[in-house]
Write a protein that binds this ligand. Structure first.
Ligand SMILES: [Zn+2]
Length: 337
């Protein structure tokens, strides 16, 4: 009788110990029920990275849109529903970028979980940009605010406020991480502004395949000549290609930019037809390096893209190349590949 009772007590004690020891475990498995930190679901990798920088060790961040996929046509797989049902906060860009994911979140989320559309919060409707790939009649504004350092800081501020509301005990961590992010993003913006002075006069013209730099261009005084990708994200029609070829010739565009995410035979054709150099290595949502590397981050991505653009347009990206991409906090977010 006594032995049995001791046996039961010992077993109960072991269960308690097991529960405690898994609480601080760093095996970053989202299904780990022992991890009591808030679970934050995010969508595209630049936003996942900003959220991870602000969260540090205080919250778990798990992205939804795999890197290198077209986020504009992305439909979440059924297994994303499980993440959304466990998440304590869902952070999306909004501005109509991730409607299928928002629908899935609304169906599956916990009652207390908020879905926060960061871009929709920070961008007044009067400042929406509609353009080549995002025509007004389709009702979807250009959603790419995060490529502009000033808006990236606003994104980080929204994320800090949301995490602080969810988890006030970590308020000072979130505030400190935000301050570091703000400093890094400011430094990046200053480096772009300095390095673009080295681009020959009249050359700050951007023709890209994917239309991801509209807000950046407006703030930094660049001209977006066009984007090749039509609003249905298929290839442009022959008459649209012919129009762009004429425009590239008329405006003496020296370099046109493609990206790894959207390899484009059409852009190559425009390059051949106009004599403009085709630089195909921009990375849209695909962070450099591998998850866990310092450069696998919003800052690493933007440093790379703007350095590539400045040198592609005939300038010298001295300040950009001198930026040290240092991790802000432990970088343990989950980035689906
Ligand atoms: Zn995009």
């Amino acid at each position: 009788m006594k032995k049995t009772r001791y046996g039961i007590i010992a077993a109960a004690l072991m269960l308690t110990l097991a529960a405690c020891s898994s609480g601080s475990g760093s095996d970053s498995d989202s299904a780990d029920g022992g991890d009591t930190r808030p679970l934050i679901a995010t969508t595209v990798s630049p936003i996942t990275s900003i959220a991870a920088s602000i969260a540090g060790d205080c919250a778990r961040i798990e992205g939804i849109v795999p890197e290198g996929t077209n986020s504009h046509t992305f439909e979440p797989s059924p297994q994303v529903a499980e993440l959304l049902s466990n998440a304590d906060l869902v952070l999306v860009n909004g501005l109509k970028l991730e409607d299928p994911t928002i629908d899935m979140a609304q169906t599956n989320k916990k009652d207390s979980t908020q879905i926060v559309e960061i871009g929709t919060l920070v961008l007044p409707e009067a400042d929406y940009i509609y353009d080549f790939s995002f025509p007004k009649e389709e009702g979807k504004p250009n959603p790419h605010l995060w490529t502009d350092p000033g808006y990236a800081i606003k994104y980080a501020g929204v994320i800090r406020d949301q995490l602080t509301a969810l988890d006030p005990d970590c308020a000072s961590d979130y505030a400190a991480n935000f301050a570091t992010f703000e400093q890094q993003a400011t430094e990046l913006g200053e480096a772009v502004a300095a390095d673009q002075q080295s681009v020959p006069a009249g050359n700050l013209k951007l023709l890209t395949y994917h239309d991801a730099y509209a807000y950046f261009a407006k703030d930094f005084g660049w001209t977006v000549i066009g984007a090749l990708q039509p609003n249905d994200f298929a290839d442009p029609s022959p008459s649209e290609v012919a129009r762009l070829i004429d425009q590239v010739k008329a405006e003496n565009v020296t370099t046109i930019f493609g990206s790894e995410v959207f390899p484009s035979a059409v852009l190559e054709e425009v390059g051949r037809a106009t004599g403009a150099r085709y630089e195909d290595s921009l990375r849209d949502d695909d962070l450099p390096g591998a998850p866990g590397d310092a450069e696998h981050s919003w800052l690493g991505l933007m440093k790379y893209n703007y350095s590539t653009m400045v040198s592609g347009l005939g300038g010298t990206p001295t300040q950009l190349d001198a930026i040290t991409v240092a991790p802000i906090s432990s970088n343990s977010a989950v980035y689906p590949q």
